[in-house]
Design a protein around this ligand. Structure first.
Ligand SMILES: CC(C)(COP(=O)(O)OP(=O)(O)OC[C@H]1O[C@@H](n2cnc3c(N)ncnc32)[C@H](O)[C@@H]1OP(=O)(O)O)[C@@H](O)C(=O)NCCC(=O)NCCS
Length: 185
């Protein structure tokens, strides 16, 4: 074992532990509310009320709400929606039918920057494209969330447009199904 931590850091491969996605349930209520209050989560998604109490008890066909766990410890949340069927019409009425939209955050501050977000997104992307009708996936990070832009670009998402959702200035990114042409969102 080396006694030089600097050399250790250089030599050690960056291996993340495996992330498992499971459905969110009402038991996750307090955890999701706790994550909503974390400054890094507020900076990324604002302080919008996600109505967890109601939503964790609702299971519309157009949505999946998932908790990411590492070694049995919940660290983050992923939501996948069909934006053409979602009942608030967040993405607008003209959105194409063959899309999915993803929201993601790691709630536990100490789990950021360890490769877990990449694993969560890869698994979410796989879930979306498992439906052969899905042609593209959308995400909408805040314009200010530069780290998230890098994160999505590394995963292959392409810039589409700067757009306001309510009062939030966002950037829409799209990941097309590999090998498939798709119209504008
Ligand atoms: C955006 C977010 C989901 C990304 O997840 P993440 O786990 O932090 O991302 P990853 O670790 O997979 O990759 C990000 C960074 O960690 C580095 N990294 C990747 N694997 C790593 C590993 N095994 N060990 C250490 N660092 C690693 C990457 O190089 C990258 O660094 P960079 O951004 O400085 O270039 C997460 O940071 C987050 O939840 N942020 C707050 C909420 C948010 O912004 N959500 C998105 C809203 S649209």
């Amino acid at each position: 074992m080396s006694l030089n931590p600097k050399i250790d850091r250089i030599r050690r491969p960056r291996v993340s532990r495996a992330v498992k996605l499971r459905p969110a349930t009402p038991v996750d209520l307090e955890l999701l509310q706790f994550w909503d209050c974390q400054p890094h989560v507020i900076a990324a998604k604002g302080d919008e009320n996600w109505q967890w109490q109601e939503e964790l008890n609702r299971h519309p066909a157009w949505r999946e709400q998932l908790i990411a766990e590492v070694g049995g410890r919940p660290i983050g949340f992923v939501e996948i929606i069909d934006p053409s069927r979602e009942d608030c019409h967040y993405w607008g009425g003209c959105i194409a039918e063959n899309h999915r939209a993803i929201d993601i955050w790691i709630g536990e501050r100490d789990a950021i920057g360890k490769g877990y977000g990449t694993q969560m997104m890869r698994q979410a992307i796989e879930r979306c494209f498992a439906d052969p009708s899905v042609q593209a996936i959308l995400v909408d990070p805040l314009e200010s969330n530069v780290a998230a832009h890098r994160f999505y670009e590394r995963l292959g998402f392409e810039y589409v447009v700067n757009r306001s959702f309510d009062d939030d200035r966002c950037i829409v990114y799209r990941l097309r199904r590999p090998g498939s042409p798709v119209g504008n969102a």
